[in-house]
Design a protein around this ligand. Sequence first.
Ligand code: FES
Length: 103
Amino acid sequence: MTSPTRASDTPFAIEVESGKKYFWCACGKSTKQPFCDGSHSGTSFTPIIYTATESKKIFFCGCKVNISLPPSRLIIFYVFLCFLLIYIILNINFLVDKRHHEL
Ligand code: FES
């Protein structure tokens, strides 16, 4: 299973409590949508933890396609990509310099 299963075409409106953690199902297999029930076991998916900062109604994604990473994980992913690109560029320059000196 490499892509999530579409659990719903509409989001799930949930009243969350301030300070409480919620485990959003990322795989779409849970029978307790939009939350994880452990059905992701054996897949590459894990639930996304959301901690409510205030008590209010939240709409949790049901399609599992458009939102696969929360913003904080996206930022970490983009920072990782930037460092990887810098590393590759620096090493290419190093290799080019090394070949230039050998000639
Ligand atoms: S059941 Fe879907 S992430 Fe756990």
